[in-house]
Design a protein around this ligand. Structure first.
Ligand code: BGC
Length: 752
């Protein structure tokens, strides 16, 4: 064990300042005379991008050969904590073998708009799902002694102005939607590092945002690791340290280190603040040194196989009218450049250099499969000759399988998409082939939702997302039923872009983006507005079928300090083994504040043999029922009934029930003469006063509400009278003569 405090005493001021920035693009600084080693970090998140030589930022230097696993957009569709944990462990093995102490990932930004160019690197539109997967990834990776660095903290959900924009997010929305994935990575995963985002959050750059980096991260969540900048995100270095930013990356010419020294000398920065940052960085350095396996190596072939099997669990069968699975006896035409050269990862800092990509055409060798190019990925205009050739191939076959999707230029780090459309040439090709071959299947490659104008004309759609180096083999196994699709969408596919809740405020104006849709992101919005969607959150088909029954709850009522166990039974009612993602959603039946209709609060993926039935169990706690209440800067449960829904998707609810939850926290209410009578119900002192009021107004209600005018309302009159009473200000009782001014003053005193 290194004695950190002793080292701190021996370091000079200049050395301490130096330790707060990198040696170069990918290393921390070492101090030889004190035995402090330099540690390497690299991207991430779905493979190792260890650049040779001095790293450059743009990925121009070649990086070593490494396994390219499915990207986060694909991984999240697995809804499988164990799979993601295995991925973390596997990446940890590769890091150990390459002497990399920290992997820059996973990316936990919420998919606010399907246009974000980097959505392929992020998990979901849902914070609970993203958080659960993040914690699993971090646990797996760190279990191998390699630090995870969750990024980009926070509200960095677009590429437009990604390095300088100002995200304006209200407190409730921030805590309910944009922070929980980070919170889970820290609290449940024990993440050792957090990367602060480039952008500003509510007018303060994340790199200088003390509320974010210290108030929330360290004080609320108990984070004990170190905060690193996104590459080049530092603004004023001293303000950064004061806010809780430890390490600046990449290392520069040392100008900022000199500023730190100067600030300590001039008294602007207390040396203890610098010491704390150095402590946080050195803790990471020595933890890695202690957990380092110098002899580590990894089985490249095994990792490739893992990349294939993981992708099989990630792909989502969006539609199937019986064309899939294919049978060995069928003549099949594979069409499209992506069948030959698959698109399997996105551009930018996450780009992995792999030598092992196998295309679907190569993976189908030995089967009765022909190939036609159909389109060229880098052209957008339809090519008549290629289309004609593809149509001919389709007609000669029993089934046409078109591999299509978004080319590299359509989505990348550094740029948002402009539309949800696929290239014109691909849409035209699919329409032409589907018109000639009624048995047409589309296999999609891409990091985010696309419009499918040809959807009605094709029999099946299987999306591989950006599936890593194993995508071709995975696609063939899934198409032929050697693997059964089990992925579910971790995001909604809207009918059109304009339906997306962020549409009017994305990507913002004049450097500022206001998250005005609030907590209504993704399905939270589409469900509340009762809108049609192309494919809902949680949707995904299988080659088998599942039946749900017997929802049980461990109690019908509980307080918010108790937990609830929910169980249900799921049975494989089809003919082949399959995995089902059982989803649990909670909704507040009636609430004072606006809340989504349903929110994901549990999910389990179960493997079932034909005829097999299993009981699935979930545990719900306060957070499952709570919303974030800015009045107390904390989570709050409003007492009342909550729905518990079990679904095969957010729009395919199979079982439902209700429970009563009593909140044990009282919100502060400042009563005045103009507070509505109904608000008395919110506090104990209010309820006592209400009881008195009801006593003194009994028999006088007609006078209060001029009941005569309500006669013609018939049966609704009582409900309206009650509503009027609830909405009437306390002072109204004086106005209408039910109580005296003196009695009101007495009440107000009691209410303070
Ligand atoms: C990206 C990060 C990445 C870093 C290092 C930045 O531009 O936003 O996600 O980890 O570069 O490559």
């Amino acid at each position: 064990m290194m004695d950190l405090e002793k080292i701190l005493r021996e370091l000079t001021l200049e050395e301490k300042a130096g330790l707060c920035s990198g040696r170069d693009f990918w290393h921390t600084k070492g101090v030889e005379r004190l035995g402090i080693p330099s540690v390497m970090m690299c991207d991430g998140p779905h493979g190792l991008r260890k650049q040779r030589g001095e790293g450059d930022h743009l990925g121009i230097n070649e990086s070593i050969d490494a396994t390219c696993f499915p990207t986060a957009a694909a991984l999240s569709a697995s809804f499988d904590r164990a799979l993601i944990r295995t991925l973390g462990e596997t990446l940890g093995e590769e890091c150990q073998a390459e002497d990399v102490g920290m992997l820059l990932g996973p990316g936990l930004n919420i998919k606010r708009s399907p246009l974000c160019g980097r959505n392929f690197e992020y998990f979901s539109e849902d914070p609970y799902l993203a958080g659960q997967l993040a914690a699993s990834y971090v646990n797996g990776l760190q279990g191998k002694g390699v630090a995870a660095c969750v990024k980009h903290f926070a509200a960095n959900s677009q590429e437009t102005l990604r390095m300088s924009g100002n995200s304006k997010v209200d407190e409730r929305t921030l805590h309910e939607i944009y922070l929980p994935a980070f919170e889970a990575a820290v609290k449940e995963g024990g993440a050792r590092s957090v990367m602060c985002a480039y952008n500003a959050l509510n007018d303060t750059f994340c790199a200088e945002n003390r509320e974010l980096l210290t108030g929330i991260l360290r004080e609320k969540w108990g984070f004990s690791g170190f905060v690193v900048t996104d590459w080049g995100a530092v603004k004023d270095r001293v303000n950064g340290l004061l806010a809780g930013l430890d390490l600046e990356m990449p290392g520069g010419p040392g100008t900022q280190d000199a500023q730190i020294v100067e600030a300590v000398k001039s008294g602007r920065l207390e040396e203890s603040v610098l010491d704390e940052a150095v402590r946080n960085v050195l803790q990471f350095v020595f933890d890695y040194q202690e957990q380092r396996h110098p002899e580590a190596a990894y089985p490249r072939d095994e990792h490739h196989k893992l990349a294939v099997s993981m992708e099989q669990a990630c792909a989502v069968l969006l539609k199937n009218e019986g064309s899939l699975p294919l049978s060995g006896g069928q003549k099949v035409a594979f069409i499209g450049e992506f069948a030959q050269v698959p698109r399997y990862q996105g551009g930018g800092s996450s780009h992995i250099n792999t030598s092992r990509t196998v295309s679907a055409v190569a993976a189908a060798e030995g089967r009765d499969v022909s190939f036609a190019l159909g389109y060229r990925a880098h052209d957008a205009k339809p090519d008549e000759a290629l289309t004609a050739e593809a149509v001919q191939a389709a007609q000669k076959a029993d089934v046409a399988v078109i591999f299509a999707g978004l080319p590299d230029a359509f989505e990348s780090e550094g740029a948002d998409r402009a539309t949800l459309a696929m290239p014109e040439n691909q849409n035209a090709l699919i329409a032409a082939v589907a018109a000639a071959q009624p048995n047409t299947v589309v296999v999609l490659h891409g990091g985010s939702p696309m419009e499918m104008p040809w959807l009605g004309g094709v029999k099946a759609v299987l999306t591989m997302y950006l599936g890593g180096e194993g995508v071709g083999e995975a696609a063939v196994a899934l198409l032929y039923g050697e693997a059964n699709p089990s992925g579910k969408l971790a995001e909604t596919y809207p009918c059109r872009l304009a339906h997306n809740p962020s549409y009017l405020n994305f990507p913002g104006e004049e450097g500022t983006v206001e998250y005005r849709e609030g907590v209504y992101v993704g399905y939270r919005y589409y469900d509340k507005k009762q809108m049609e969607v192309a494919f809902p959150f949680g949707h995904g088909l299988s080659y088998t079928t599942f039946a749900y029954r017997d929802l049980t709850v461990s109690r019908e009522s509980l307080t918010d300090s108790e937990t609830l166990t929910v169980t249900c039974k799921v049975k494989n009612t089809g003919g082949c083994p399959g995995r089902e993602v059982v989803q649990l959603y909670v909704g507040d039946v009636e609430s004072t504040v606006g809340r989504p209709v349903r929110e994901l609060k549990g999910f389990e993926k179960v493997l079932l043999e034909p005829g097999e039935e299993k009981t699935v169990s979930f545990t719900l706690d306060k957070r499952s029922f709570a919303y974030y209440e800015p009045k107390i800067h904390d989570w709050f449960v409003e007492s009342g009934a909550f729905t518990i829904e079990i679904g095969a998707s957010s729009r395919d609810i199979r079982l439902s029930g209700t429970v009563d939850v009593t909140g044990t926290v009282e919100l502060p209410v400042a009563y005045t003469a103009y507070s509505p009578i109904g608000s008395l119900n919110k506090t104990a002192r209010g309820r006592a006063v209400l009881a008195e009021i009801l006593k003194s107004v009994s028999g006088q209600r007609e006078g209060l509400f001029s009941a005569g005018s309500m006669e013609n309302l018939g049966e609704g009159a009582e409900a309206i009278a009650q509503s009027m009473m609830r909405e009437m200000p306390l002072s109204g009782m004086v106005t209408f003569g039910a109580i005296t001014q003196q009695q009101l003053d007495e009440m107000l005193k009691q209410l303070q």
